[in-house]
Structures are given as structure tokens and as C-alpha cells.
Design a protein around this ligand. Structure first.
Ligand code: SF4
Length: 279
């Protein structure tokens, strides 16, 4: 009996120990990951074809608070040709795990197809230029080629799954038409010459507006402040004469055409032409 109780006690202790052990292991691995997990690089499938380079950069933003904004791809190929290729692309700083996809241009094709590429060294640098932080990932050319060929996930897909603030871009296609829609029917039609509805009214001599009756003036004079713009003389050359220092009313100027002189007075930008009507 006492042997049975003893066995049960040992089994119980072992079960409790196992549970505590698993808990401690889990806590330790989480802590180790937080403290020592290195940032990681993953090569992705680019949508830019042979000139495209897509990658994901994973890092612990609480341990390494930095905004990464540059990627640099370098080929060190001392026994091949070309011996070096250096490609850099900048982007808006990102402070959490992210993926990017760049068109690196024709030089990427030159890098991948370099003579001796398989044994050359390729370095991918992800840099936070404003924080002075860089992460370097080095691999042999053949390994990079293998990763590029084997990549299936795109940067958009990676960001959707991993980036906390990623929002898939939405593009709207604007509907364009070069033919204006007809104006909505309205009682307030514009009375302008180009409106066919009023074409007749704008035709030469078609105006029904009552003509203002002309009048004679008894006196015309010009006050100080002439800016010598010539407007008055252009409208009424018999009455006004513009000289270098200002404008004068010609001596003995005819004052019968009051409408013409009134027009000149209204055209004067500084409003200094004055007149009185004859009784
Ligand atoms: S229009 Fe007026 S400002 Fe111009 S020249 Fe005649 S008086 Fe002078």
C-alpha cells in the first residue's frame, strides 16, 4: 500500500516538473529570441522581371528602433567580370518588418550575369541612413540566384501577411472624355455671343438697347496725378494731348461730343478727368 502511495507521489512530482520545465523553456526561448534574434533577409519574387529585386527585411523594432530607408546590392567578383557592381535604391523610412520590390535597372541583369557570378560574393545592405544603422547579408552568387529562382511570394503578399500597418494600394482609373457633356436644361441660359439661343441679339446692328443721347460740355479739366498712360488721347484726340510730364486739354478743344469725352474720363485709370455738362 505504502509502495503504491510512494509511486503515485513520484509520478505526480514528475508531471508537475514536466509542466514547469516546458513553461521555463518556452519563456527562455522567447527571451532569447527577443535578445539575440538577428534581423533576417528573405529574397522574394519581383514583379519587375529580370531587372527587379524584391526582398523582405525582418527585424525586432523594439530592440532595434530605426527607420530603414536604403537598400544596397553589391557584387564583389575579383576573379570574374565585372569585378564590382554597386546598386542602391532609397525609399521612405520604415520602422518595422517590411518588404520592398525595386526595378534596379539593367545593371541588375549585369550583376546576375557577371562572369564568375556563382563564386562571387554578393552583399545586401539594408540601411537606416538617418539612424546610422546598417544590416549586412552576404552570400555567394549561386545562393542568391537559387533564392531568386525559388522565390514565390511577392513583396505585396509578404507585407499583407507581416507588416502591421500595410494597406494594399487602391488605384482608381479616371474616366476621361474629350467631349463635354451637354449642359443641363435650365431657364438661366447664359446670354453670350457663343450661345446660339442669343446669336441674333449679338449680330451686328441687332442690338435693341436704347442709345444714350449725346450732350455738350461747358468745361473740361484735368486734376493732378496723371500717369501718362495715353488712354484719353487715344479716345478723344481732339480734346486731350498727352505730353511727357502729363496730359492737358487742348486750347479751344471742341466740347460738343460729351459722350466721347465722358468715355475718355471713364477710361482714365486715375480718374482725374473732370467735366461739367452745358445747360
Ligand atoms: S487717361 Fe488720365 S492718366 Fe492717362 S494720360 Fe489721360 S489724364 Fe493722364
Amino acid at each position: 500500500m505504502s509502495l503504491q502511495i510512494l509511486s503515485l507521489g513520484v509520478a505526480g512530482l514528475m508531471a508537475v516538473g514536466l509542466v514547469i520545465g516546458i513553461g521555463l523553456l518556452s519563456l527562455t526561448s522567447g527571451g532569447l529570441h527577443f535578445l539575440f534574434a538577428r534581423p533576417g533577409l528573405e529574397i522574394l519574387k519581383s514583379k519587375h522581371g529580370a531587372n527587379g529585386f524584391a526582398f523582405a527585411f525582418r527585424f525586432n523594432s523594439s530592440r532595434e528602433p530605426a527607420k530603414f530607408d536604403v537598400v544596397r546590392l553589391r557584387l564583389f567578383n575579383p576573379f570574374g567580370s565585372p569585378e564590382q557592381v554597386d546598386l542602391t535604391r532609397s525609399f521612405q523610412g520604415i520602422d518595422h518588418t517590411f518588404a520592398q520590390d525595386f526595378d534596379m535597372g539593367i545593371k541588375l541583369d549585369e550583376l546576375i550575369n557577371a562572369k564568375g557570378f556563382d563564386d562571387a560574393m554578393v552583399e545586401v545592405e539594408v540601411n537606416a541612413s538617418k539612424d546610422g544603422v546598417s544590416q549586412y547579408f552576404r552570400m555567394k552568387g549561386k545562393d542568391l540566384k537559387k533564392q531568386i529562382d525559388g522565390a514565390t511570394q511577392t513583396a505585396d503578399q509578404y507585407n499583407e501577411e507581416n507588416s502591421p500597418s500595410y494597406k494594399k494600394p487602391v488605384f482608381h482609373q479616371t474616366q476621361r472624355s474629350f467631349i463635354a457633356d451637354p449642359l443641363p436644361a435650365s431657364a438661366n441660359a447664359l446670354k453670350i455671343a457663343s450661345n446660339p439661343e442669343f446669336a441674333g441679339e449679338f449680330a451686328a446692328g441687332a442690338s435693341d438697347a436704347p442709345k444714350e443721347e449725346n450732350f455738350a460740355l461747358s468745361k473740361v479739366w484735368i486734376e493732378d496725378g496723371c500717369i501718362v498712360c495715353d488712354a484719353c488721347e487715344t479716345i478723344s484726340p481732339d480734346v486731350f494731348e498727352v505730353k511727357d510730364g502729363g496730359c492737358i486739354v487742348r486750347p479751344g478743344a471742341p466740347l460738343e461730343n460729351g459722350l466721347n469725352i465722358q468715355e475718355a474720363a471713364e477710361a482714365c485709370p486715375v480718374e482725374i478727368i473732370k467735366f461739367t455738362k452745358a445747360n
